[in-house]
Design a protein around this ligand. Structure first.
Ligand code: IPM
Ligand code: MG
Length: 413
């Protein structure tokens, strides 16, 4: 275990590290799990790109350009495989995720996913078991990606894009750690069946075991230690036994290994309210799969646009200390604007930055991409989703062009 990064600063003090400094320490937090050392030995990384549906392919195209840039200018080398997933895979192969693609996903250093789904496959047009979203859930489950890191960060240039008052969201930097392979998403029994009285019943089951709770809480505690040193654990222990167990196990783990971290417990409904009332009270939030799904959408909107937010889904370290990982933007496939070169590629580009940081231990390149995004926004460039008065509206491709130009400038500096 590495030593602590120094005294923790209270989460709202002005000496709190800024976003980029904290991104760096977030990576250090994960590095304490001793899994990066093995990755960093090799100069070449294997990457599976799954562009998916809707705007997925066009935003992933910009990622490819940035990958080529880091290869050309920073000496990295990627072995890239691209494959179909979601609706695109249903159309070609009849299933949203083929066994071959799943095997590939298991064998690579990291997976980058665009987005899945669209009206073409919605509303019972394909069987529930083979809907596009099933690919996403299978990838998470089969790769064991139990820790889903969803940062909600407000870029200074976009403070006014939030529907909340600027003073409420300026400088906001929350990390939601969502449990991703358990809970009601996967619990058994589940299904729809007939009742003797002629009614039908739909059943889903929320289950959590101690180990499922402890491993995700440990990731959250480690991240908190390297950030504002504050963790909110969120459940509904007033109604659900799985929530009660969650609270008990988090308390136990805190006492055993993380008593230096400030721990608070919050009921999920109150958390939903507090996120709107005073979001800056939060540093790291850890919660279950379903509450995490909902609260991360809510938190993302504090930042003004879903089009800005990346995510990382990480598994447990294997015998060699390597974690399986998948990176994807939080936004969906946005079929209404697909193919028109107007989608915002920044969330996917920032997801690639997270891959560089968490899977490849390339902090310098990750920070370069994040700085390039900050500068481009400060320069006034906006895709339609984040357009503001007085700014310059641009296409997906021009956003990509500009990122490469900003990267060139950073490289030359
Ligand atoms: C998400 C999405 C998915 C989820 C859907 C597409 C299955 O909303 O990643 O947050 O519910 O987990
Ligand atoms: Mg969601």
């Amino acid at each position: 275990m590495k030593p602590r990064a120094g005294p923790a600063s209270p989460s709202c003090s002005s000496d709190r590290p800024n976003r980029l400094q904290r991104s760096r320490v977030d990576a250090a937090a994960v590095a304490t799990f001793d899994w990066m050392e093995t990755v960093v030995m090799t100069a070449s990384y294997s990457l599976l790109l799954l562009p998916g549906d809707g705007i997925g392919p066009e935003v992933m195209r910009q990622v490819r350009r940035v990958i080529e840039w880091v290869e050309r200018k920073r000496g990295l080398s990627f072995q890239i495989t691209e494959a179909l997933v979601g609706g695109a895979s249903i159309d070609a192969h009849g299933v949203p995720l083929t066994p071959q693609v799943l095997e590939k996903a298991k064998s690579v250093d990291a997976v980058m996913l665009g987005a899945v789904g669209g009206p073409k496959w919605d509303g019972g047009k394909v069987a529930f078991e083979i809907r596009p979203e099933a690919a996403l859930l299978a990838l998470r489950k089969e790769l064991g990606l139990f820790a889903n890191l969803r940062p909600a960060t407000v870029f200074d240039a976009l403070v006014d894009a939030s529907t909340l008052k600027a003073e409420v969201v300026k400088g906001l930097d929350i990390m939601i750690v969502r449990e991703l392979t358990g809970g009601v998403y996967f619990g058994e029994p589940r299904g729809i069946s007939d009742l003797p009285n002629g009614e039908r019943i739909g059943v889903n089951t929320q289950t959590y075991t101690t180990s499922e709770i402890r491993r995700v809480a440990a990731v959250a505690f480690e991240l908190a230690r390297k950030r504002g040193n504050k963790l909110h654990s969120v459940e509904k222990c007033n109604v659900m036994e799985s929530g009660l167990l969650w609270r008990q196990e988090v308390i136990k783990l805190h006492q055993e290994s993380y008593s230096d971290v400030q721990l608070e417990h919050m009921l999920a409904d109150n958390c939903a309210m507090q996120l709107l009332k005073n979001p800056k009270q939060f540093d790291v939030i850890v919660t279950d799969n379903l509450f995490g799904d909902i609260l991360s959408d809510e938190a993302s909107m504090l930042t003004g646009s879903l089009g800005m937010l990346p995510s990382a889904s990480l598994g447990a370290p294997d015998a060699n200390g390597k974690r399986k990982a998948m990176y994807e933007p939080i936004h969906g496939s946005a079929p209404d604007i697909a193919g028109r070169d107007v989608a915002n590629p920044l969330a996917t580009l920032l997801s690639f930055a997270m891959a560089l940081r968490y899977s490849f231990d390339r902090e310098a390149e990750a920070a370069m991409i994040e700085t390039a995004v900050q500068r481009l926004l400060a320069g006034g460039l906006r895709t339609a989703d984040i357009m503001q008065p007085g700014m310059a509206r641009c296409s997906t491709t021009v956003m990509g062009d500009t990122i490469l130009r900003e990267l060139d400038k950073l490289q030359a500096a």
